[in-house]
Design a protein around this ligand. Structure first.
Ligand SMILES: C[S@@+](CC[C@H](N)C(=O)[O-])C[C@H]1O[C@@H](n2cnc3c(N)ncnc32)[C@H](O)[C@@H]1O
Length: 407
């Protein structure tokens, strides 16, 4: 099981060691609590005496090996898998570093595809992510093409699906606003993606939930706003969020974890004992009886549309910190309320949430606040560096990977 807090300590110990290499006893000395290391407790059926502190450190070390963060240098000596000789901003295929961690989670600076195959046997309860959209004019971090998107997403998610618990979920926030070249018609890449995830990875579509955001800037510029485009389209105000599971009959969602407050009108209806009349609607499909809706319930079940603007205190705080630290800011964050909603709906405290394209770490932040374990992958160093400041007051916060490792 991921031990978030220790991740950064172990990574830091390797980063600080001469040539980035350590044998295990040196690792225990650097990371462990000296008193706990001395203490031996009976372990297993035969009750052999071992240091539980050393075992905990070794466990983290094993997970880091599986994830490819450590590599064997010589018998009994391990080192960080990449020695960074100069300041790299975008992780190449072999850069894998712990950026920061807390007791509950870890942010890894790497291309997610280079780390994920090592994820099993870690079990994932929810993968929530906003992948790079196939935009014609790519963001600073680049993107896959419209034609290849379904391949890209299947490749990225395959190891996650293998590690997903039965009834676990995958939630993808993508753009609906990809247009065919020279045309106001939308690309069908979204449909291709849904079919590919179903046919190739066995994921079942639970819902496509529009994230309605009226604060989106007017667009698509050419087809909605520019005279040359003929004003053919309406201005976009939503992005779809796709929710999949590997096993719909065991799906772990529970809408009681996301109940909203009843409206004043509904509270009044309940207080009055419910409907006071007999009525039928929809040719008898909906029947109202005296007392209907009179039962006292804990809250309102949310509709499957999320109405959320971009304004998010965490984003504002992130921008302040990143600008003040001279770090390039992210151009496409979601508000923390998006992962917060899905993490509550789809997981219980203590379960594992991962984000493959983590940006500034909003999914990790929401998971941390909700007491879920988390792993965030992100390939751009500056985004994690900027995002880390939101975690600094959480238990076990350690900041490890933002310094180059001397080679
Ligand atoms: C749409 S943004 C996600 C933003 C994030 N939800 C947030 O609120 O900060 C997509 C992110 O994926 C990252 N990315 C793209 N390809 C990646 C890869 N192969 N591995 C890890 N991160 C990647 C980009 O650098 C970018 O930050």
């Amino acid at each position: 099981m991921i031990q978030g807090e220790l991740f950064a300590k172990v990574a830091f110990a390797y980063a600080e060691a001469e040539n980035g290499r350590l044998n295990n006893s040196a690792l225990y000395q650097r990371v462990g609590d000296p008193d706990k290391l001395k203490r031996k407790d009976p372990v297993g059926k035969d009750g052999q005496l071992h240091s539980l502190e050393a075992r905990k450190i070794r466990w983290v070390q094993q997970t880091m090996k599986r994830l490819g963060l450590l590599q064997r240098v010589s018998p009994g000596v391990w080192g960080l898998s990449h020695q960074i000789k100069e300041q790299l901003h975008q992780a190449t295929a072999d850069v894998k570093m712990v950026a920061f961690s807390t007791t509950l989670g870890v942010a890894i600076w790497a291309r997610s595809e280079s780390v994920l195959p090592g994820l099993a046997p870690e079990t994932v309860h929810l993968c929530i992510t906003s992948p790079p959209y196939p935009l014609r004019y790519a963001r600073a971090y680049g993107n896959p093409t419209e034609a290849d998107f379904h391949e890209f997403i299947c490749r990225s998610l395959e190891p996650v699906v293998k590690a997903l618990v039965p009834g676990g979920s995958v939630v993808l926030n993508i753009s609906n606003d990809i247009f065919m070249p020279g045309s106001p018609a939308r690309s069908l890449y979204v449909e291709r993606m849904v079919l590919a995830l179903h046919d190739r990875l066995g994921l079942h579509l639970m819902d496509r939930i529009p994230w309605v955001n009226f604060s989106k800037p007017p667009g698509p510029t050419h087809w909605a706003c520019a005279i040359q485009g003929g004003r053919k389209q309406l201005c976009v105000a939503y992005e779809p969020i796709f929710w999949f599971t590997n096993d719909p009959m065991k799906v772990r969602s529970d809408n009681r974890r996301v109940l909203e407050e009843h409206t004043a009108r509904h509270l009044k209806l309940m207080a009055s004992g419910g409907a006071g009349r007999d009525a039928q609607y929809g040719d008898g499909a909906y029947v109202l009886r005296p007392g209907s809706f009179g039962n006292e319930t804990a809250g309102r079940i949310p509709k499957n549309v999320l109405m959320k603007g971009h304004v998010c205190p965490d984003t504002m705080e992130y921008r302040r910190f990143a600008n003040g630290s001279g770090l390039r800011t992210h151009g496409a964050m979601f508000p923390t309320s998006i992962p917060d909603f899905f993490i509550r709906l789809l997981t219980e405290p203590g379960e594992l949430v991962i984000d493959l394209f983590g940006g500034t770490g909003k999914s990790g932040l929401a998971a941390e606040r909700l007491g879920r374990r988390w792993i965030v992958f992100e390939m751009i160093y500056e985004y994690l560096a900027g995002g880390s400041s939101a975690f600094k007051n959480f238990p076990g916060f350690e900041f490890a990977g933002m310094r180059p490792v001397s080679g």
